[in-house]
Write a new protein. Structure first.
Length: 258
């Protein structure tokens, strides 16, 4: 993992660093236009999705301010088709704080976690929820703020709501489309089918085993120049590493702050 200093320098060079009022602990830059899951995901056919981009993660930042952790997602195309706030994009972050934890990313993500989590935070629209390793809601004063024009979603969580030594925490962000089932709540990640439908993405399989995640921070996003070193594992390889025969889901790698 590249150091936070290198990551911030890269962000500054690319002009995509988060506009933060607190201390930026780290920022990871993700390529534009890679919102295609395992390589061929497409958006649902309904006109609300337009030309797509609602699940295209451009950067993920972690900030610290006034006893809170702030997770900021920069999305290529946040939209408000029904005038009720962002209702197409779902973001999440799994937090690994100690040994053990939940090995699966929940809410219909259909992904496993390289770093099993003690906490998972999901946000869509004006709704945010934290769950523990048993998928039980954690009653914290978490908030979410979406800026459609700036293309940012910012989740704020009190640090003292997260147990464990901060130096050991690992984070796994993911972005997909939200399906609130018409109820207007948090909902789940929207299904990706083999063929796109009006309200379902395409490029996956009709079996509930492939990821319903369009974009992640892949290891290759840890660096911009080859001289930084390290392995490059494409997002397509990560999200495409599921087995339809055995039912094994794809595993998403975690990020660390150094």
């Amino acid at each position: 993992m590249r150091s936070a200093l290198v990551l911030l320098l890269v962000g500054a060079i690319l002009g995509t660093a988060a506009a933060a009022s607190g201390e930026v602990l780290a920022i990871w830059i993700d390529p534009e236009g890679d919102d295609y899951g395992d390589g061929d995901y497409v958006y649902p056919l309904n006109e609300s999705f337009g030309e797509g981009g609602e699940a295209d993660l451009l950067s993920f930042a972690i900030e610290k301010e006034n006893g809170n952790l702030i997770f900021e997602y920069k999305i290529r195309n946040l939209v408000d088709p029904w005038g009720v706030g962002n209702r197409l994009t779902m973001v999440c972050v799994a937090i690994d704080t100690e040994e053990g934890g939940d090995k699966e990313l929940r809410r219909n993500a259909n992904c496993l976690l390289e770093a099993p989590s003690e906490y998972q935070i999901f946000a869509a629209g004006e709704t945010v929820q934290m769950i523990d390793a048993n998928s039980e809601p954690v009653d914290v004063e978490a908030t979410v703020e979406t800026d459609i024009e700036a293309g940012t979603i910012r989740i704020t969580v009190p640090i003292d709501a997260i147990d464990g030594a901060a130096a050991d925490w690992r984070f796994t962000p993911a972005v997909g489309l939200q399906d609130d089932y018409g109820a207007g709540g948090l909902g789940d990640f929207r299904d990706v089918k083999a063929e796109p439908e009006e309200w379902r993405g395409g490029g996956g399989h009709d079996l509930a085993i492939d990821p319903n995640v369009y974009d992640i921070i892949a290891p290759k996003a840890k660096r911009v120049l080859v001289i930084f070193g390290g392995d490059e594992i494409p997002q397509e390889e990560i999200l495409g590493d599921y087995d339809l025969e055995t039912g094994e889901m794809a595993t998403i790698p975690a990020l660390e702050i150094e």
